[in-house]
Write a protein that binds this ligand. Structure first.
Ligand SMILES: [Cu+2]
Length: 175
């Protein structure tokens, strides 16, 4: 094994160890995870990076998890000095681009948890796309660290729906 190959191999191994990667044809998902939530909170957030390796835009048509009643993608926007979470109907991953879901921005909202999920466990999620493909991923649950606590201020998102961790969910989340 020459030097270049060794480095490539080591790098690949490292990235495999760092976070799971899931691929289905033109879509690759990396860096998936979910911060642990208190047992009383029935809503959790999920993060990941979705890569579209194709030459066409691809939309997410549905997301499901057997551990949750429903899963949505939200964007966090500042309006009237308050952070609001706005549900994204058909989030699009542009051709050759990535859609980054991270704390304080786009995120997955896992709503109506059916049973407790602790750090160290995995949340299975299935994403379906408008090209007819779907992809099964898992979100490793991790302890929410200090950085995440800071980036998760009280959010108002309407409708009187509570989504945990100090967030109030509103009208925009209603179906
Ligand atoms: Cu949300």
């Amino acid at each position: 094994m020459n030097y270049k190959k060794t480095v490539l191999f080591a790098t690949t191994l490292l990235s495999l160890l760092a976070s799971p990667a899931f691929a289905a044809n033109s879509i690759t998902i990396t860096d998936s995870w979910s911060p642990e939530a208190p047992p009383v909170v029935k809503v959790m957030a999920g993060y990941m990076v979705i890569h579209n390796n194709s030459n066409s835009d691809i939309a997410i048509t549905s997301i499901k998890s057997k551990l949750f009643r429903k899963v949505e993608i939200h964007n966090t926007v500042m309006k009237d000095n308050t952070l609001h979470m706005v549900r994204q109907d058909r989030p699009i991953i542009r051709a050759k681009q990535t859609l980054v879901l991270e704390p304080g921005k786009y995120h997955m909202m896992l709503i109506g948890r059916q049973k407790p999920v602790k750090a160290g466990e995995n949340i299975p999620v299935t994403l379906s796309f408008d090209n007819g493909k779907s992809i099964n991923i898992s979100l490793p649950v991790r302890k929410a660290d200090e950085k995440n606590k800071k980036t998760a201020p009280a959010m108002k998102c309407g409708g009187g729906m509570k989504c945990g961790g100090g967030m109030k969910c509103g009208a925009s989340m209603k179906k």
